[in-house]
Design a protein around this ligand. Structure first.
Ligand SMILES: NC(=O)c1ccc[n+]([C@@H]2O[C@H](COP(=O)([O-])OP(=O)(O)OC[C@H]3O[C@@H](n4cnc5c(N)ncnc54)[C@H](O)[C@@H]3O)[C@@H](O)[C@H]2O)c1
Ligand SMILES: [Zn+2]
Length: 367
């Protein structure tokens, strides 16, 4: 499947099992004039997929730049090391950056591409489900600093996003479920029918024997379309893009409070259930919304329960440090029902007093 959706900011989208083989053609079509490439990847992905990516790039001269896997590599220091390597290699404006890996590599390599020689063309090749349906879509790139995640970065839209679901064949199942949390989110915020397809396909999706089956392609395509449409409607995050934060206000608090024992998707799975509860309690969501979210979270193999060891007051305090706090109330992206978000008249964010969140957390601890 090769297309240039109007909603992907001019980026070409290639989505098919085996798409790594198309990389050379994609570079020719979308980064015309590139006479060399750098593949940026991590040391877990490299032994599995770098050779296939290189082969796909064909006769293009390519240097492989590898960083240690994990969030700890998403720093200004790694950015400096990568750009220093490229300077030493003599890379000029004729270089295309090919990011092969999860969201860490996509953000980091995307930021290298955004800044090197004031901007090089970048091809995003996401190899985790989370990166396929979320991180590689929308043009955000950047690095973390000791003060917080993603504090230094740039918008830099890739010239192409090449998604090869076959790469999911080597992804640990826990990481796959991590990405499915974002697929559930996309269904809840925009498309009840899509959510039903994700839930129905869940048993097949988790099957490592068919990482690139038709169901997986459908789930990825649906999520990419939803995220791309939301971003296209609001490229600079003035309003509607806020709906992508559903589950993330409490989710980020859970991630931090658990000292990152919970993966991002595991935390937002719980966050979505809690925030849907909150929406019902506030009379924003129709009754049954939270149950539907809970069922979907369970269906994709994620745990909807609030871990007992996390202190509600600590969670509350963490929501207030989130950048979404305004005038003593924290803003939440809340559903009106599955498939529709509330707040179209108030900038897609609902200010919520601490008391309501306290009640929801207390009730969740009772369950
Ligand atoms: N730019 C955005 O809009 C955006 C959106 C969401 C998340 N993000 C960022 O994405 C990052 C998280 O992304 P992630 O969850 O992909 O994490 P990740 O990049 O750390 O990948 C998770 C793990 O899976 C490994 N891996 C990747 N592909 C593999 C494969 N095919 N087979 C085996 N192992 C593989 C990686 O080496 C890593 O150890 C965070 O830094 C987050 O801030 C960015
Ligand atoms: Zn997320």
């Amino acid at each position: 499947v090769v297309s240039v959706p109007a909603t992907l900011h001019g980026a070409a989208l290639v989505l098919r099992a085996g798409a790594l083989a198309d990389l050379g053609a994609v570079v020719t079509a979308r980064a015309d004039g590139a006479s060399r490439g750098v593949v940026i990847t991590d040391d877990v992905v490299a032994p599995r997929w770098a050779a296939a990516a290189r082969a796909g790039l064909g006769p293009l001269p390519v240097d492989l730049l590898e960083v240690p896997a994990g969030e700890a590599s998403k720093t200004r220091e790694t950015w400096a090391a990568l750009t220093d390597r490229m300077i030493a290699l003599g890379c000029g404006r004729d270089t295309v950056v090919v990011a092969v890996g999860g969201g860490v590599i996509g953000d980091l390599a995307g930021f290298v591409a955004a800044t090197y020689h004031r901007g090089l063309p970048c091809v995003q090749v996401p190899t985790t489900l989370l990166a396929m349906v979320d991180a590689a879509i929308g043009g955000k790139t950047g690095v973390d600093t000791p003060a917080g995640k993603n504090l230094v970065g740039a918008f830099h839209h890739p010239v192409a996003v090449v998604i090869d679901p076959a790469t999911l064949g080597t992804l640990p199942r826990r990481q796959l479920r991590n990405g499915l949390a974002e697929c559930v989110k996309h269904g809840v915020i925009a498309d009840a029918e899509y959510l039903a397809r994700v839930v129905a396909a869940a048993p097949t999706l988790a099957d490592p024997a068919q990482p690139a089956g038709a169901a997986m392609l459908d789930v990825i395509a649906g999520s990419v379309a939803i995220k791309a449409a939301v971003v296209a409607a609001d490229a600079r995050e003035a309003g509607r893009r806020k709906i992508l934060n559903f589950g993330h206000t409490l989710g980020h608090a859970l991630e931090t409070a658990s000292a990152f024992r919970l993966l991002h998707g595991e935390a937002i799975a719980v966050g979505m259930v809690l925030e849907a509860d909150l929406a019902e309690r506030l009379g924003v969501a129709t009754p049954g919304t939270a149950d539907a979210v809970r069922r979907a979270v369970r269906a994709v193999g994620l745990d909807p329960t609030l871990p007992r060891d996390l202190d509600p007051e600590v969670l509350l305090a963490l929501t207030r440090t989130d950048k979404k706090a305004r005038g003593g109330r924290v803003e939440y992206a809340l559903p009106a029902q599955v498939g529709t978000m509330a707040g179209s008249d108030t900038g897609w964010a609902v200010p919520v007093a601490d008391g309501a969140v306290r009640s929801v957390l207390a009730a969740a601890r009772e369950r």
